[in-house]
Design a protein around this ligand. Structure first.
Ligand code: E4P
Length: 218
């Protein structure tokens, strides 16, 4: 499973890219606002940092305007994947853009049927928002399994991106459900790396070495 970072913070993205644990980035103006960075500048830096898929969202809501905006975004860099919302206008724009081989991430997906339509219209990625579904009381993990089964039943090549990740459990659930990608906020990537029992175990090992006055091997 590929891991993307869900962030607009160039420092966080650089750190995770240098660790070799991320394959791409999802970002949007809201993330830039919460990171306190200028969105345009942040995107320019991210494009220089990460050699992998970088999803950028259109701001238009009408199909024709989405198409115009998506073409401009895609022309900026070969790694850009354009995020379109899973609306009727988004589907119309997806149809046009996928025919031009522009890679589309259908975002704000909340049902297996929306994912089915996005795949039929040629989406490169589909992004079900698990955390927000769970906030609304839905069994989001079941929806993820449904999407996986539908795509496997009909051999759709659209990648399933587990979005709106809120916990380390979500990352494991994404992998177990056979998602192609999970996009993970920086703080949760850090929690994936660290485990308190690892720190406890390391301390005990070093303390025991000193207490028992062993000689170092090298
Ligand atoms: C991904 O493309 C989305 O930006 C993100 O996963 C949404 O997460 P949120 O529900 O925590 O805002």
């Amino acid at each position: 499973m590929k891991l993307f970072i869900d962030s607009a913070n160039p420092t966080q993205i650089q750190e995770m890219w240098d660790l070799g644990i991320i394959d791409g980035v999802t970002t949007n103006p809201s993330l830039a606002a919460s990171a306190g960075v200028d969105y345009k500048t942040a995107v320019e830096v991210i494009l220089k940092t990460v050699d992998g898929d970088i999803s950028l969202e259109v701001l238009s809501t009408e199909a024709h305007e989405m198409v115009v905006e998506a073409r401009k975004l895609a022309a900026m860099h070969h790694n850009i994947v354009v995020k379109l919302p899973a609306t009727l206008d988004g589907l119309k724009a997806l149809r046009t853009l996928s025919a031009e081989s522009i890679r589309i991430n259908m975002t704000l997906v909340f049902s297996a049927n929306q994912a089915l339509l996005a795949a039929k219209a040629g989406a490169y990625i589909v992004s079900p928002f698990v955390g927000r579904l769970e906030d609304a009381g839905e069994d989001a993990i079941n929806i993820i399994h449904e999407i996986r089964q539908i795509y496997d039943n009909y051999d759709f090549q659209t990648q399933i991106l587990f979005a709106s990740v809120r916990s380390t459990l979500h990352v494991k659930q994404a992998a177990l459900a056979g998602c192609d990608i999970a996009t993970v906020p920086y703080d949760i990537l850090q929690k994936l790396i660290n485990h308190p029992l690892t720190d406890v175990g390391l301390k005990k090992f070093l303390d025991d070495f000193v207490k028992s006055k062993q000689k170092p091997l090298i």
